[in-house]
Design a binder for this molecule. Structure first.
Ligand code: AMP
Length: 193
């Protein structure tokens, strides 16, 4: 059965780490919405120029732009199955991708939410110090981080309600080391296959 997965969680929660492990184990293409945006910015494309001020301010990039970038990437994959990290970040994005996948006869298999407290993220950040700053990231200023965190709780509540009612949502406790989190996610994935 083909598998298309999504993993979301607050910035700095470790979703990319989990997404890479999941992609490797289940042979999926790993896409990171944040990285796709940073690639566009680095390439100085029209999309990138439009997206840059939102990223730098810790604000969500408007849905239209997100869909353009993501859908053109998915088209280029020719139906390879995937895990996308950092998407959907608002309910509208979730409904859109659900509709899109239905249209191309592909399943929306599961949305994984890595639930990590902001205290845990801030403590990980301060422990890692400069190491945490990815070289190509310009949006880890305290203001951008704060803006992302404030927005987060509201958005996740509506995404959770919507996908939980369809049994497509999995909350996993992310305030733990990488391995037990990964194990819990795999158990869940193995149950839907
Ligand atoms: P991330 O690498 O997931 O932390 O994302 C970095 C930044 O990219 C976010 O703070 C947003 O500005 C933007 N971004 C990433 N994913 C999305 C999305 N699904 N919708 C809107 N903006 C996004």
């Amino acid at each position: 059965m083909p598998l298309n997965l999504f993993i979301i969680g607050p910035s700095g929660c470790g979703k990319s780490t989990q997404a890479k492990l999941i992609a490797q184990k289940y042979n999926l293409t790993h896409l990171s919405m944040g990285q796709l945006l940073r690639d566009e910015i680095a390439a100085k494309s029209g999309f990138g120029d439009e997206a840059k001020s939102y990223l730098d301010g810790g604000k969500l990039v408007p849905d239209d732009l997100i869909f353009d970038i993501l859908i053109s990437k998915l088209n280029s994959l020719n139906n390879q199955n995937f895990i996308i990290d950092g998407f959907p970040r608002v309910l509208n994005q979730g409904k859109y991708i659900e509709y899109y996948l239905k249209k191309i006869n592909q399943p929306f298999s599961l949305l994984i939410h890595l639930s990590v407290t902001f205290e845990e993220i801030n403590s990980r950040r301060s422990k890692k110090g400069d190491e945490f700053q990815d070289q190509d990231r310009t949006d880890n200023t305290p203001e951008a981080i704060k803006s992302r965190q404030q927005f987060y709780d509201d958005a996740i509540a509506s995404i959770r309600d919507y996908f939980k009612s369809k049994k497509l949502f999995f909350d996993v406790d992310g305030n733990r080391p990488v391995e037990p989190i990964f194990e819990d996610i795999c158990t869940k994935i193995d149950n839907i296959k």
